[in-house]
Design a protein around this ligand. Sequence first.
Ligand code: ZN
Length: 322
Amino acid sequence: MLMVIGIFLVIICVFLYKEWQKGEFIIGMWSVGITLFVMFVLPPIVKFCRLMWRLMTSTMGLVIMGVIVVSSIIIMIKTYNRWGPKCAICHRTMPLNGMLFLKDGKVCNVCRNSVGFDHSAATVELAKDITVAKMILMQENQILIDPTAKLQAKKAAEKKQAQAQYQRYHEIKDYFKDNATLRAGDLYISDTRRQIFLDISMDQEKYEVYKYEELVDFELKQTHVIQHIHEDGATTVVNGIWYTISDSDREISEISEIYLNMTFSGQNTKTRVFLDHTIPADSIDCQHALKKAEKYERVLQHVKDQPRKSPAKITFTVTSGK
Ligand SMILES: [Zn+2]
């Protein structure tokens, strides 16, 4: 131990001397601090830890530790009423194994039984969606439920809802697939229905339908980047393309993003991204992305060009002459 400290001190002294010479006073001060810590503070701490370890591993130490542990357990059990979890409804202390977890709290066995909840898996499943307030309401109205039957009914209702959602999605999608006036990617429009259909996700039956009148505006945006390249006659690689030209400065026109914003009434903006990384403007990929974006633009322009269904009423005031 002493040797380690000695070696450490020597290293510190050499370091300190060098830093001092360089004029690095702050590092030098730190070194002084560390040196003093190692010399005067560290040894007593090490000594104390060693002493404690020797005490704890002796027979006497083990006995004392055992007494402390056992007495703490006894105190914890005796004072359980004070620190144990309380029922969110009747506020009595609950035994650790008897509580039921609701959506926003836990309740005791007595309260659990008062509304028909038992110890089944169905109860645990149902309780997850029930709030304390709802359970108090059930108690007040003396509602007794059968957890198993209730869970089955709940699952059946959920399934029915999912089926209805699936059916609605496919009905509307089939209509737009067969009758769309124009289409671009996930965007369909129908002049007959005067509706815009966004086929957001096929596997989750997610979609949105808007009236023509709800389309406030749309905007196609692209960000151009000009890259300056200096060539010294050697071969240069720019975006995967090899160039071998004599000394010259060139500029490459690139596009870093292409996206389209559709704004519907109620400040509801939908964005479609067609390009999200920088590529040369004249590359095939960039042209392709631009074409896709312009197709969306054409479809939306068609919607905007349609006359609004309910034009402002023009009232003629006839003033009868005398
Ligand atoms: Zn209770």
